[in-house]
Every structure is written in structure tokens, then in C-alpha cells.
Design a protein around this ligand. Sequence first.
Ligand SMILES: [Zn+2]
Ligand SMILES: [Zn+2]
Ligand SMILES: [Zn+2]
Length: 639
Amino acid sequence: MGINSRRVPFLPHNLEVLQRKVPSLFPDSDTLLLQHTFYPFFAAFLSDVNRDELRSRMIVYRQGEKYATVLIPPIISKDVRYCTQCITEDEERFGEVYIHRSHQIGSIDVCHKHRCVLISQCPECEVSLGQLYGTIFLGSTHCPNGHELSGTIDTLHQDEIMQLKLRISKDVYQILNGEIKIGDLFYIYNLLAREMGYQHPDGRYMNQKFHEKFLQRYSPRTLEELGLIPDLLEKRSALQIFSEKNAIRNPIVHMLVLDWLIGGYGQLHKYESAHKKTPIPFGNGPWPCINKVCAKYAQNVITSNKQHYCYSTKRIRGRFLCKHCKMEYRSSCVDGQLEFDFATVKVVEYGPLWHEQLVIEYNKGKSMNNIAASLGANRSTIKKYLLLYMGKKVNQEHPLTKGSLNWIHKLYLTYDQTQSINETSILLHTSKSVVTRYINEREKYEKEILPAMKEAAVTSEVEVEPRAKLMELLERFPGLSRSDLRKIMGSKILSKLMKEEGNGLENILPLTDHPFKSPLWEEEDTKLMLVIKEVCQQLYKNPPNKQIKRYTILNLLSTKDKARIIRYSEKLPRSTNMLDQYLESTEHYQLRMIPHTVALHKKHYGNTTLPMILSSCRYKNCSQQVQLSIQEYLRSKEL
Ligand SMILES: [Zn+2]
Ligand SMILES: [Zn+2]
Ligand SMILES: [Zn+2]
């Protein structure tokens, strides 16, 4: 009664420990996992995420997570089962008897190889042949009470359910022993669901239809025989099979669906290779990571994408996420052209790695162009994110008030360092035109305005009267303009002072920098009217083939005159009037174009007639007068 003591737990949670104990038997944990546990069977139907989780739970013991089994349904038989033929073969070949993994799947109680029912008790004395979590197992072909087990065949009724079990049993065996390798189950499901008509083009599943067809294929009795509750798949049935995220984890259900749809799990790879050529949106991938900062940059490391159909643009949109750097980009394609087109790629999220690098490069004092080049984004993107970053930083540092003494100092300092107006504008949180102005007026600022501001800052600390402060500034810095003074004093204070003091102060202060020059409109109007007259006379001497309209004339004027007519027409009545006089009426235009039109028709059609001319769009619905003129002209040409 040899007892097989080398048994490995089928659903372990600490394979590493075992592997370390007997390294000679098991080269590494993964080999152990694949060859001696149920992992390959359950893993075949799990999503990538769950598969990784199951693997790590089975290999590494983690506190508080005793069982790897939480990820998988309890479908392993509690009684250890044997095929009487298989144990006979085992004994002949190895001198002892083994537990076959493929015989332990709950409802699949048949041996596909010998087409017989498995046993878990001695047929003679009904003694148990072992328990899943027990310690006693069969070591030879004899039961613990010494009865010969080999050859005691329980003849199999070859009914439909048994046939189904045999097919599934074979698939179970092949999956467990690595004889079927499927690339990506859920990718193939994706093709299957569409082709079999259980998924809309937009990705929604046709659950009702799927559920009905499933129950047509499998009777409640069949489902019960296979250990399934008939209404297991009642709601969202197709989703529970085909969707990677939502798929149920019981392999038996998946195997039933596959047996029904394509004749079994074993047919999957045939189906897969037959459909390799079917174009799918964005192709089969993998797709590249486009993050210059990522270690996998430009390598095809993205193996899947999320797709949806956009009804408004009639395009299929895909999102691609690099697992290494978490950069996500999107792309789109249309039905006729499903290839992945790099031109449609747009970054959705740059990812933490990229943002980190942005800050690093920025803190190194690199120029905007350099940062943009090394991060693979354009300058405006870099600018946008730097502003966000600066915004956070500035808020932490108590920002300087714009236009304050320290702020202007910082502006000049920053410009000296970066030599870039754009970068300075970002760092100072202002616009480029403001920076440009400060740079252009730098000499004046450094000589007069800044010292004056310093002065003002000192005096305001000792609460000097605004008027005294102003007088002091005027005396010490005679070069300051009125707007400079406004800046230094603060425009509210200066306005208040001027209101109080009236003309007295007005005479002391420097003149306003840009006194508004109001044109003498009447004079301007007369001048412009003459210009327009001249232009129009020239125009009518050599008229264009188009009707002369308002903009035909306006476009011949100088930019300034054109703008004035458009914006101040009410102040330029004579010019406007002159312009209106020269607008061409439709009738005048039609009359003018008669010879041209006739010549054109003759050139293109060989000849022309009145109806032909009247049907052209230029003369559609023209007046009686015009028609007569055309007739007259045609007659004169005939003569
Ligand atoms: Zn067998
Ligand atoms: Zn017995
Ligand atoms: Zn990446």
C-alpha cells in the first residue's frame, strides 16, 4: 500500500517555500506552478490582471491572504478521483500511481483517454481513495483494503452529456499540460462576439439574444450535470463571457460557450489563425510607446487598446496606454481604413514620469526649445504645464505683485538668465508683450523709475503725504513721464490728487504721453472722397469681369482708408456717398458683360443663342431690357 508522499498542493499559496525545500525536484516556482497545480486551467480564462494576481498569490505567501482560491470558483472535486485504466498504465510505466490533475475537475468525471467514468471509492468495499485536503492517497492500483482497482471499468453511457464531458475533459487535459496555447482569449472573444452576432458595432453586447441561444443549446439538465445553476448567466450574459473585465471565472462556463460556438476550446487557435487577416481597428498591434522619456520609447510595447465608436464623427476611437510610463494617447480610424495611422495620434495624458522629467529639465535651467525637444512635445504644451507647475510653486512662495519693484527686478534678472522673452513671461506669470515693453524701456527703468520706486517705497513707510511724495519725485527724477509717475504713486492716489488740486497740478505734471489725436473728420472726409472718386474712375475704365461691389472698391484703398470707411462710415458721409454712387447695379453689370459672355460661349460651344445665355447663372431672371440688349447684340454679330 504505497502512499504517494510527494504530493504538491494543487492550489498552494506558498510555492516558493516548497520550491526552496526541494530544489532538486522543482527547478523554479513557475515550473512547479505550471506542471503541478491547477493554475494553467484557471489562468486560461482569467483577465491579464487576475491571472497575474493568481500567480503571485500561489507563489508568494502573503499575510492575511491564506488562499489563492479566492480568485477561482470551488470546482475541484473534494474526493480525489482516479481512472482505473490510467492508474494501471502509471504503475506499469513508473511503478507507482499518480493523481491526474485533469481528473479532478468537479463535474467532468470522465477520462477522455479511456472514455470511462472516474472513481473515488473502491467499487468492492467503498473505501475512500483520498480527499483533496487529506493526507492519504493511492500509491498503487490497490485500494487501502487491498482490492485490485485496475480494470474495473464503469461502462460509460455514450449519451450527449457524456460526449460533451469527454470533449471538455480532453480540453482540460490539454490546457493543464500546455498542449494548447492561446495568445489572448479575450481578443479572440472580441472577434467571436462580433462575428457570431452578439455584439453591436459600438461594443455593446446583445445579452438577451445570447442568453436565449445559450439556453436553447444547453438544457437545464445538462447544465446541472455540469455543476452549473441554469440561471447562472441570466443577466448581462454575453458580457459575463466576452468582456475581459466582467468575465466570470468558472472555466466550465467558458468551455460550454466555446463548445457551442466553435466546437470547443481546442478550436480556438484554429479560429484565431483563420481570423488573423480580418482587419480590426488599429490592426493587431502591438503599438509603440511615444513617450520620449520612457525606457520603452518607440518600442512596440502596448499590446491592447480600448475602442469605442464615435457616432458624431463616424470614427472608431482607440486609446493606448503604455504600462511602463502611463502615457496614454488616442488615435482614430474610419471603417474603410482600419490601419493604425500615426498622423491621428494625440496624447491624452503624459503620465507622471514625463511630468517629473519636465520639472527636472526646467530646474536645470534648460531653454523652452530644449525641453520641448527632449520631451517630444511642442512649446505651447511645455508652456502650459510649466505654467501649471509654476502656478503651484508661486502660490507656495507668496507671489510678487505684478509691476512692483521686486517684480520688475526679478523680470530683468530672469531675462538676463534666459535671454528669452517667452520664458521670462512664463516665469513672471505675465504676457510676452508686457515683458517686451519692460525690456525696451529697460534703460529708463533702471536709471529713473526703479530708483524712484525705491524712494517711494521708503517714503510710504514713513507715511509721507501723497502730494509731498509726488513733489519729491518730480524734483529728484525730472525725466519721469506722467504714466511713470502713475505707476510709482499708484494710479488711484494720483487721480485723487489731480481731482483735488485741479489745474494747478496739471501744469506741474509732465504732459500725457500719448495725447489722443482726434482727426478733423470733415477735412479727412473730403480728402478721402476725392481718393475714392479717383480710384473708381480708374476702375471703371478697366472693369473686372465681376460685378463691382463695395469690397471691390474698398480693396483698392489703402489699409488705413479701408479701415476708416468700415469703422467710421457715419463720420465720413461724403466718402461713403461717393462709394455708393460707384457701386454697380446688376443690370449694368449684365449689360456690360454681354460681349464677353457671347465670346466665351462661342469659344466653348461653337455658337450661342438667347436661351443659352439666359440659362447661365449670370443672366438668370434678368430684366426685359437686358434680354432685348442681348438679342440686339446677337443680331448685330450675325450681320
Ligand atoms: Zn484513463
Ligand atoms: Zn476496496
Ligand atoms: Zn512608455
